[in-house]
Design a protein around this ligand. Structure first.
Ligand code: FES
Length: 257
């Protein structure tokens, strides 16, 4: 159920260039699943009014805490980055349909492919897959080394490959370069990142079961404003879907790319 809550800042850290990790505590955490997101009101003053959609990178139900990782580039997220321990942040969530964790059987292997700020939700997904006895392989793409994050965290969960556009870390190029050269064996793939990456992945594994999380521009975040509509393919029984309320995760091949 989507609720609004003023959550308490547990910690805020800068973990890469312009990339922040914010941990919040509150009751909403109990309803969270990997791949869902929250809609954060960045400031209680009049400006900026809009909420910002941010994915969930880590869920800790025992302590009622969750972590989100975001890029502070626009005015709203820069304001969010000024929040300190003990302050309150207005959060709406959890929103959307996340990744189907049970799509891979225990003992199976999942391939997780992320790009940039699409990487964070794969962290919680990988944790939950590992907890079910699924092996995970991570292929994570970034622009440059200075915006890479969570290397230790992903390495602790499974085999992890980094890719940067300029070659400053890991393989030079795009995630598909690693998929080509390593040819990982897996049962199901999950991905979150920019559209060209999702499209490339879909074309790369036409026979595989896969789930894609879309990062659409959002307005209301709750299915009311149509800011996030995407055209579907003929594999779906409707012409359009709303990324916020129907997604953000969709089975491969159902949204037109
Ligand atoms: Fe308003 Fe999706 S953001 S309908």
């Amino acid at each position: 159920m989507i609720r609004q809550e003023k959550m308490t800042v547990v910690s805020q850290k800068q973990i890469a260039t312009n990339i922040f990790e914010l941990t919040l505590r509150g009751e909403l955490v109990q309803d969270m699943t990997p791949g869902q997101f929250v809609h954060v009101k960045v400031s209680d003053s009049l400006e900026p009014l809009l909420r910002r959609p941010i994915s969930i990178a880590n869920i800790d139900k025992d302590n009622s805490e969750f972590t989100m990782i975001y890029r502070a580039e626009g005015r709203g997220t820069k304001v969010l980055a000024t929040n300190r321990e003990g302050q309150l942040v207005n959060v709406l969530g959890p929103i959307g349909n996340g990744f189907p964790v049970d799509a891979v059987k225990t003992g199976g292997t999942a391939l997780l492919v992320g790009g940039g700020i699409g990487v964070p939700p794969l962290h919680e997904l990988s944790k939950q897959l590992n907890a079910r006895g699924v092996k995970t392989i991570h292929v994570l793409g970034f622009q440059t080394e200075d915006v890479c994050f969570y290397e230790e965290e992903f390495n602790a969960l499974g085999e992890t490959h980094y890719v940067t556009v300029d070659g400053s870390k890991g393989t030079k190029g795009f995630v598909t370069n690693v998929l080509e050269s390593r040819a990982p064996e897996f049962d199901v793939f999950y991905s979150c990142g920019p559209l060209p990456m999702l499209k490339a992945l879909e074309g790369f594994y036409p026979e595989k079961e896969g789930y894609l999380s879309f990062e659409e521009r959002m307005g209301c975040g709750i299915g009311a404003c149509f800011a996030c509509v995407c055209k579907t393919t003929d594999q779906m029984d409707k012409d359009y879907v709303k990324v916020c309320s129907d997604g953000p995760v969709f089975p491969k091949g159902t949204v037109a790319l």
